[in-house]
Write a protein that binds this ligand. Structure first.
Ligand SMILES: Cc1ncc(COP(=O)(O)O)c(C=O)c1O
Length: 404
C-alpha cells in the first residue's frame, strides 16, 4: 500500500526554498509564468517524513552545531551497501564529500597529473567536463553509440580501447546509471569496459549517484567496485542526495578500497578542507536506516510517470517526431528529436526555442552533455503527475503550433 502522496504539489516557486529549478530556467533566465521547469536533477516531492522529524528532534533536543564525528554514520553506509547491493565495505574505505562534483575534483586530482587525459563517455553529466578541466587535465570523449531504431545508447569498446591505449590517458570517469541517457550498464558491459581500462593502466572513477533509482525492474545495478577484480582500481561514489531528494544538504559517500588511492584522495580532501555538516548526517542516517519504503514508492511513481510520457508520445501525433530513450535508471528521460529537427529544419537553438517558447517548458539542452546530445532534450520525471500531464499537453500544443 502506498504511504506517500507524491501527487501532492509542493510549492517551490519564488518562496524560501530558493529553488534553482523553480526560479530559473536551464538557460539561466527567470522562469516565465506557468513555465514548467523539468531540468535540474532534484525532485519536486517532499522528502520522507521521518527525515524532517529527525532533524526537528535534533534541534529540539540539542540545538547544538559544534564540530562532530562521523562515527555512527560509517556503519549506516556499510549497512546500506550490504543491504542494497550485497557489497561488503569496510569503515576505513569510506569518506565523505559535499556532493559528488566536489568528489570528482578530489578524485581526478588524486589520480591524474596536470595535462593527462580523462575519458568521458558522452553525452554525459556536464559538470564532469569542468571538473576535469579545472584540474588542468584534458577531456577525451568517447561517444556512446546510438541506435536510432532501438533508441539505445551503448559503449563503443573499440574507441575506448584506442583512447585508453594513449599513454597520456590515466583516468576514466563513468556514470552508471548514466545521466542523461538513463542507461544502466549491466555488470557485463561495465566489466568489459573496466577490463580494457585496467589493461591500459587507466583508473576508474564511478559516479553511481543514481544507483538506487533503478526504475526498470528487469535490470539490476551491481557496483563495479563490488567485484574483487576491479575493486583496487576504482573510486566509487554514491550518495543519498538523488535517492532521497537531499541534494541541497550536500553529502556523498566515497568508497575506496585501494589504500594508496585512498591516501591520495584524503590528501586532496584535506588540501581543500572538504567536510560536511551535522544536519546532513542526521538526514542521511535517517534516510538509509528508516526510509527505504519511501524509495521503493518513489521509484514506482517515477516509473509510472515514465510510462505516461512514453504512452503519450507513442499514441499521439508526436510519435514520429519525439521519441523517449528507454529509461532504466535515474529519473531523467532523454528525448530523441532527430526527426523533429529534420522535418522542421530546426537547428539546435531552434529546438531549444521550440521547447521554451512553444511548449512553455524548461528542459536541459542535450548539447550541454556533449556534441552527441545535440538532437536530444533531457526531461526530469521526478515531479507530481499533474505537471507531467500539463507538460505533455504543452508539448502537443507546441507541436500543433509549428505543424504545417
Ligand atoms: C550523474 C550525476 N553526478 C553528480 C551529480 C551531482 O552531484 P552532487 O550534487 O552530489 O554534487 C548529478 C546531479 O544531477 C548527477 O546527475
Amino acid at each position: 500500500m502506498c504511504k506517500v502522496n507524491f501527487d501532492k504539489i509542493v510549492e517551490r516557486r519564488k518562496n524560501e526554498t530558493n529553488s534553482v529549478k523553480w526560479n530559473y530556467g536551464f538557460d539561466g533566465n527567470a522562469l516565465k509564468e506557468n513555465q514548467i521547469p523539468m531540468w535540474v536533477a532534484d525532485m519536486d516531492f517532499e522528502a520522507a517524513e521521518d527525515i524532517g522529524k529527525a532533524i526537528i528532534e535534533y534541534i529540539k533536543t540539542y540545538n547544538s552545531y559544534g564540530y562532530f564525528t562521523f562515527d555512527g554514520y560509517h556503519q549506516i553506509v556499510i549497512d546500506w551497501c550490504q543491504k542494497r547491493y550485497n557489497w561488503n565495505i569496510k569503515k576505513e574505505w569510506i569518506s565523505f564529500t559535499q556532493g559528488l562534483v566536489q568528489g570528482f575534483s578530489c578524485a581526478i586530482a588524486s589520480l591524474a597529473k596536470q595535462g593527462e587525459n580523462v575519458i568521458l563517455l558522452t553525452p554525459t553529466y556536464y559538470p564532469m567536463f569542468n571538473a576535469i578541466k579545472m584540474q588542468g587535465c584534458q577531456v577525451v570523449e568517447s561517444n556512446l553509440l546510438y541506435n536510432e531504431d532501438t533508441l539505445s545508447f551503448t559503449i563503443d569498446y573499440e574507441d575506448i580501447a584506442k583512447k585508453a591505449s594513449d599513454k597520456n590517458t590515466t583516468v576514466a570517469l563513468i556514470g552508471n546509471p548514466q545521466n542523461p541517457t538513463g542507461r544502466l550498464y549491466s555488470i557485463e558491459e561495465m566489466s568489459k569496459l573496466a577490463d580494457i581500462l585496467i589493461e591500459n593502466n587507466v583508473k576508474i572513477i564511478c559516479d553511481d549517484i543514481h544507483c538506487d533509482i533503478i526504475v526498470d525492474k528487469s535490470k539490476k545495478y551491481i557496483p563495479l567496485a563490488s567485484i574483487e577484480k576491479y575493486s583496487e582500481h576504482t573510486i566509487s561514489m554514491n550518495a543519498p542526495s538523488k535517492t532521497f531528494n537531499l541534494a541541497g544538504l550536500k553529502i556523498s559517500n566515497i568508497i575506496i578500497k585501494n589504500e594508496k588511492i585512498r591516501n591520495a584522495f584524503a590528501f586532496e580532501c584535506e588540501r581543500f578542507c572538504v567536510n560536511t555538516n551535522i544536519l546532513s548526517l542526521i538526514a542521511c542516517s535517517t534516510a538509509y536506516s528508516k526510509c527505504e519504503y519511501w524509495l521503493d514508492e518513489v521509484v514506482e511513481y517515477i516509473w509510472n510517470n515514465y510510462l505516461y510520457v512514453k504512452n503519450y508520445l507513442e499514441n499521439s501525433i508526436l510519435k514520429d517526431y519525439i521519441k523517449p530513450v528507454p529509461l532504466e535508471g535515474s529519473y531523467l528521460l532523454f528525448l530523441d528529436n532527430i526527426t523533429l529537427m529534420k522535418e522542421f529544419n530546426m537547428s539546435v537553438s531552434n529546438l531549444k526555442i521550440f521547447y521554451t517558447n512553444k511548449c512553455n517548458l524548461s528542459l536541459d539542452d542535450g548539447i550541454a552533455f556533449g556534441e552527441t546530445g545535440k538532437s536530444f532534450m533531457r526531461l526530469n520525471l521526478a515531479t507530481s503527475r499533474h505537471f507531467i500531464e500539463v507538460a505533455m499537453d504543452n508539448m502537443l500544443s507546441g507541436f500543433n503550433k509549428i505543424k504545417k
